[in-house]
Design a binder for this molecule. Structure first.
Ligand SMILES: C[S@@+](CC[C@H](N)C(=O)[O-])C[C@H]1O[C@@H](n2cnc3c(N)ncnc32)[C@H](O)[C@@H]1O
Length: 324
């Protein structure tokens, strides 16, 4: 069976959430078990095998520290592919909102007075578009958070049948606590709008002359971020829900400063950790699954050693090639 898995896969490690047998095989190679926290000697990053919905677990991860930026990408309560799995579960909407309320209130206890709070979420077109609107309404119960924006990341490719609009979007909710600093960032997309004249200090100027950049700002529809697939260097085989580094780097750059701590309670492939390492932020992160926590640590180690941001199609667990 294992040989078949590897032969059939484009990537050297297939989706881990769909293959319990393979996950079990990887567990002996994971240095952390449930409740453990790894602390990075070099930059002070932390990676734990913890439950974001447990107040105690989050306290353990944070210690006495408070963060100014949270970037969380929880399971979306929808089936990816054909099956709901342990790490990508499908609950009733009431249970899902209870779970969300728990992790949001846990996170809220570890924020600085001024902080940014980002959450990736989805809407299931096959199930009443839950849980996105339910989550948004739940967030209104948290007086501490003010809604700031609703960002859509437009995927280059979509999915769906010929009988419906292609689903080509990922949603990112943006809230703030207090009044944190926000730094304007720019895309690589050149400005093309010309001829918008305005008189400034008695001189007629064209809008490109007045601009701070030759490229456009991202706005709240991001069209310049490629979703991750197996030919990209940053791809992490085995992970089924990886976010693009470019998106996380944009969030980190606009909403935090060097040396600050970024929190991500749903690490998975470790993209927040790598994005934080690249931009001199400290990252505290965790995942309920020891395999994803191990992948997160290995991804950081690989980045430091090779400057490669992922494994492309290669195996983050070369040990299992030896075992075969
Ligand atoms: C959507 S993925 C996150 C993807 C991540 N942003 C990335 O780019 O790789 C969700 C992750 O949350 C983890 N998870 C599920 N329930 C959790 C919980 N209660 N606490 C912590 N992690 C959890 C899953 O194991 C999965 O790896």
């Amino acid at each position: 069976m294992d040989e078949k898995i590897v032969r059939d896969a484009k990537e050297r490690l297939p989706r881990l959430d769909l293959n319990d047998e393979l996950r079990e095989k990887l567990l002996p190679y994971c240095r952390l078990k449930r409740g453990d926290i790894w602390e990075d000697e070099l930059s002070g990053h932390r990676v734990g095998v913890l439950d974001a919905s447990s107040e105690e677990d989050l306290k353990k991860l944070m210690g006495s520290e408070a963060v100014s930026l949270v970037v969380n990408d929880p399971p979306y309560n929808l089936k990816v592919g054909k099956s709901a799995t342990k790490s990508l579960f499908k609950l009733s909407i009431e249970e899902y909102i209870d779970f969300s309320r728990s992790w949001v209130s846990n996170v809220a206890k570890h924020l600085q007075d001024d902080a940014h709070f980002y959450v990736w979420l989805g809407a299931d077109q096959n199930d009443g578009l839950q849980p996105l609107p339910d989550f948004m309404i739940m967030m209104r119960d948290f007086d501490v958070f003010k809604a700031r924006s609703f960002i859509t990341l437009r995927n280059q490719r979509g999915y769906g049948s010929q009988k419906n609009w292609m689903w080509a979007r990922q949603e990112l909710l943006y809230y703030v606590k207090g009044n944190p600093d926000f730094k304007v960032t720019y895309t690589d997309i050149p400005k093309v709008l010309k001829g918008y004249y305005k008189t400034v200090k008695g001189k007629l100027t064209e809008n490109l002359e007045r601009s701070r950049s030759d490229t456009i700002r991202p706005g709240n529809v991001w069209i310049d971020v490629q979703q991750v697939f197996y030919r990209m260097e940053e791809n992490v085989p085995g992970c089924y829900a990886q976010k693009p580094l470019k998106a996380i780097e944009r969030i980190i750059e606009s909403s935090s400063k060097e040396g600050e701590i970024v929190l991500d309670c749903f690490s998975h492939s470790g993209c927040t950790l790598v994005a934080g390492e690249k931009s001199d932020r400290k990252v505290f992160t965790c995942d309920l699954d020891p395999v994803f926590a191990e992948i997160t640590i290995r991804r950081l180690e690989r980045y430091r050693k090779t400057k490669k941001t992922g494994w492309q199609w290669q195996n983050p667990f070369p040990e299992i090639d030896l075992v075969r």
